[in-house]
Design a protein around this ligand. Structure first.
Ligand code: 5CA
Length: 448
């Protein structure tokens, strides 16, 4: 109705930009396993040179890590836009007074980083944005005809976690996508909730993840209808319990909100062995999960406290129905690695890989090898394929180990013997399968 956002065409992952010259990654990879890292994803992110800790729970994103973070962000953004949500950008610093309106300033406790400015005004680094978005809505939307609306941003948050750990998995500063829906009534709010629920399933699937929606507790956000999306991993912080029927339906692509509401799928705090829909023990799966998303319907909790009211169809004021929908964008980088690695390193799914191809020059400085590599590098980058070119003057073993650690989906290996015979080697990092073929066939495979 009215002014609708432009829908993005499907699969338009915008590339972070081709590299016009071969690069040496900054910084170099680490051989040693950093002692502070307890789980695989944290270790691998440090060793591959994706992040460095700035202070407890706060990280610098190095070039390799940033490329992944941006790709994840792009997928999240595309699926939000496709679901009809509109992107804006709210600030990280918020006013304490706004949070007093909802009553959460005192309730939030020590996790909130409180700041005083030079005029002694109380500010805070936003841990979430229900208050700010409700204010924006309240000040700008007055008529029921302007509903429904879903607004979102992708912005850094700060929560002064007691125990930041596992690298970006539980940080203090972290990147979140948070959406907020505004509807005239409960039916509308349910439609918005369902649209976000479906968008989440698509979003995680595009990253190569199976994220299981669990009926959850609403905690500090408050509300009645809420789901957490969990990626299964041994190192997950939450225990999860679910009916194996979920796997069967998911395999057929038949999971939606209705199907799920009939199934038993809960996190440990909600697990109740006596609940009516608990499956028999042989059909109850117990696992660990990483919470990568959390969605809430909370009705008029904030709109009532803060006066977000529109003129309804008959002119009487209606307090709008709201929901909020979060995705842990920076946590996803760790979760994807937990789900995709082996003893040698990361195995990126293509959709979020920092580069699609790693080009290894086995004999840098050799005229024929350099020429063959540079030719193939130019063709790949011209075709829009993100390629990392290892032209270091180093042993082959070092280059292979680094490329396996970084985990790009494809490795293209060019050496003097192959160049003489007109052959290159193409290795798939995921399956380990290697193929010898002509440079043109390799290009066709990678570009096609
Ligand atoms: N306002 C609501 C939804 S927009 C909200 O804040 N929900 S949340 O608290 O569940 O956070 C949303 C997502 O952010 C979580 O599912 C999780 O994936 C991620 N997240 C939360 N805390 C952290 C943290 N300390 N480090 C990394 N990611 C986090």
């Amino acid at each position: 109705m009215g002014l609708n956002p432009v829908k993005v065409p499907p699969q338009s992952i915008s590339s972070p930009g081709n590299l016009h010259a071969p690069v040496h990654l900054f910084p170099a990879t680490l051989k040693e396993t950093p002692s502070e890292a307890q789980i695989a994803s944290h270790r691998l992110m440090l060793r591959a040179g994706m992040i460095r800790q700035a202070s407890a729970g706060i990280y610098t994103w190095l070039p390799l890590g940033l490329r992944v973070l941006r790709k994840i962000e792009t997928i999240v953004r595309e699926e939000q836009n496709r679901a009809g949500a509109q992107e804006l950008l709210m600030p990280t610093i918020q006013s304490a007074d706004l949070w007093r309106e909802s009553g959460r300033y005192d309730a939030y406790g020590k996790e909130m980083l409180r700041i005083t400015d030079r005029h002694d005004r109380e500010m805070l680094y936003g841990p979430t944005n229900e208050e700010l978005i409700t204010q924006i809505f309240r000040d700008n939307v007055k008529r029921y005809r302007d509903l429904p609306k879903i607004l979102y941003h992708i912005q850094w948050k700060f929560r002064d976690e007691v125990r930041p750990r596992f690298g970006v998995m539980r940080g203090r500063e972290f990147l979140m996508k948070d959406s907020y829906s505004f509807d005239l009534d409960f039916e509308g709010a349910k439609r918005s909730y369902k649209a976000m629920f479906d968008a989440y399933l698509k979003t995680f699937k595009r990253m190569g993840l199976t994220a299981i929606p669990m009926q959850a507790d609403s905690g500090a956000i408050g509300g009645t209808l809420t789901h957490e999306f969990h990626v299964l991993a041994e190192t997950g912080e939450s225990g999860v319990f679910y009916d194996v029927a979920y796997d069967e339906l998911a395999a057929k692509g038949e999971i939606d909100l209705d199907a799920l509401s009939r199934l038993y799928a809960v996190t440990d705090e909600k697990h109740d062995p006596t609940a009516a829909n608990v499956p028999p023990p042989e059909r109850l799966r117990t696992a660990r999960g990483i919470e990568v998303g959390h969605i809430f319907y909370f009705g008029t909790k904030y709109s009532k406290a803060m006066g977000a009211v529109v003129a309804g169809p008959d002119g009487t004021p209606v307090t709008v129905e709201m929901g909020s929908y979060g995705i842990g964008v920076s946590r996803l980088v760790g979760a994807i690695i937990e789900a995709n690695h082996d003893e040698r390193g990361i195995r990126w799914p293509e959709s979020v890989a920092p580069f699609k191809v790693g080009l290894i020059n086995l004999k840098s400085g050799d005229g024929a090898c350099d020429a063959a590599c540079e030719d193939i590098y130019a063709k790949l980058t011209q075709a829009g394929i993100d390629t990392l070119y290892d032209d270091r003057d180093d042993r082959a073993g070092v280059k292979f180990a680094d490329m396996d650690l970084i985990g790009l989906p494809w490795q293209l290996v060019i050496g003097p013997k192959g160049v003489a015979a007109g052959i290159v080697e193409l290795k798939n990092r995921h399956s380990g399968e290697k193929q010898e073929l002509s440079a043109d066939s390799a290009l066709a495979k990678l570009i096609g």
